[in-house]
Design a protein around this ligand. Structure first.
Ligand code: ADP
Ligand code: MG
Length: 421
């Protein structure tokens, strides 16, 4: 018998729930698409295109709308002999400087044997190469800079729109489409850049539960077998999505997670229970990721706080976290940080939503102090702290939560005993 067998009960095409899947039609975005289409119309007229700036939170369809319209634009432009359209789409996530974007753009226009390295050229000469690539491509060139808010300098956002005015381009007509997840990015641009980049601004608002229901249904038709989803599944995923951030990506992730739960359980229908289980699983992943990104001392501070929480000692002041943290640091063979640095870690944990902070008044003397408590299920946090627990040892209070081989048991206080197993 084969070791691997195909799962075919739940999904017909699970990949249709993934972010990179491009739906044939977008639902519930007709106003934004109309505005966007009008902004691209000059391309078809053979005119110099306007620069367009798209903004809205993540998962509201900015990238999907751009891919959709640009695919149609390419197709329709091909009907006209006098239009020569080139679209270069670049995601700026992972690119921090204009320099990197410029080199990537040059390479987009060159074939594989002729690529330039992403370091080592003077900036001016990279721009020179870019202008000559544009001139060679000629016609209309649309440069789409997705997630442009990752850029730390706006040099390219200044250079590209002004390339013609500055005499760097003669024949090529260039249009920039900037896409940003960050509302404040636009306001932080220098006025010069803003006025040239944001000739047409299009805002993508968050989705409400109704929008999300339509988007999810459309995708579910492709992804799942008929009658696999119980009636409440899509409304529930949509309601959670609307409550969280109005983010279609998050709702699609939730639907996929629910589908996976049902598949793992070997059932034939996806139910509300699977949605709830899927939500827990995603939450666990997010916490794991958040905690995983902390430093070693962040982990030690958090471990100390978890044990205090389980002993019923939270909310707790920073100075009362300190003895336990110090001891844990020593057990892990690390030099404990000074109180102020330790407090910085508490603040960071609070910022990530892992712990909560309460500001309190110190009676008549009028000072304030802060108290900290764990804001998440301790079992969840401990599952993300496995390595720390291993290097410090298992504290009595967490015994029931960890399934690490309890060879080392730490008890607090002077005469800590390490129980042999
Ligand atoms: P953004 O770029 O704004 O972060 P995306 O365009 O990547 O968001 O959208 C996130 C996911 O949701 C993608 O899988 C996309 O296909 C889907 N999506 C977003 N809006 C719609 C819509 N109006 N109709 C269908 N699918 C959508
Ligand atoms: Mg996007």
């Amino acid at each position: 018998m084969a070791l691997f067998e195909r799962d075919t009960n739940i999904y017909t095409d699970r990949d249709a729930l993934r972010e990179d899947y491009q739906p044939e039609e977008l639902v519930g975005r007709s106003d934004e698409l109309d505005t966007y289409q009008a902004a691209l119309q000059p391309v078809i007229n053979g005119e110099q295109p306007d620069n367009i700036f798209l903004y809205g939170k993540t998962g509201v369809g900015k990238t999907a709308a751009s891919r959709y319209l640009l695919a149609h634009l390419r197709e329709d432009a091909a009907q006209f002999d006098d239009i020569d359209l080139t679209v270069a789409m670049l995601n700026c996530d992972g690119l921090t400087s204009s320099y990197q974007v410029a080199t990537r753009l040059v390479n987009e226009f060159r074939d594989e044997t002729n690529q330039i390295s992403t370091t080592g050229y003077p900036r001016a000469s990279v721009y020179e190469m870019l202008w000559s690539e544009f001139e060679e491509a000629a016609g209309t060139i649309l440069v789409v800079l997705d997630e442009v808010d990752h850029l730390e300098d706006d040099s390219i956002l200044y250079q590209l729109p002004r390339a013609r005015a500055n005499g760097n381009l003669e024949t090529a007509k260039i249009g920039i489409i900037g896409i940003s997840n960050d509302f404040s990015f636009r306001d932080d641009l220098s006025p010069k850049v803003r006025s040239s980049l944001c000739e047409q601004e299009i805002h993508f608002p968050a989705y409400d539960a109704n929008d999300l229901r339509q988007i999810l249904s459309q995708r579910a038709n492709v992804a799942f077998h008929d009658d696999v989803l119980a009636d409440e599944v899509i409304p529930l995923c949509a309601a959670y999505g609307a409550k969280d951030a109005g983010d279609a990506r998050q709702s699609l992730d939730l639907l996929m997670s629910a589908g996976d739960m049902a598949r793992e359980a070997g059932t034939e229908t996806v139910t509300a229970d699977h949605v709830e289980a899927g939500r827990d699983e995603l939450e666990r992943g997010r916490i794991q990721e958040g905690i995983g990104g902390l430093t070693e001392h962040g982990h030690l501070v958090l471990y100390a706080l978890v044990t205090l929480d389980l002993e019923g000692d939270t909310p707790v002041r920073s100075r009362d976290v300190r003895p336990r943290y110090t001891r844990f640091a020593e057990l892990a063979n690390r030099d404990p940080l000074v109180p102020r640095r330790m407090r910085d870690h508490l603040s960071e944990l609070a910022m990530l939503g892992i712990i909560s902070v309460t500001e309190r008044n110190e009676g008549r003397r009028g000072g304030t102090y802060r108290e900290y408590a764990l804001d998440l299920d301790p079992a969840l946090v401990l599952s993300a702290l496995e390595e720390t627990v291993e290097s410090v040892g298992i504290h009595d209070s967490v015994m029931d939560f960890v399934d690490i081989d309890p060879r080392e048991v730490v008890t607090d206080g002077e005469n800590a005993t390490l129980t042999e197993y």
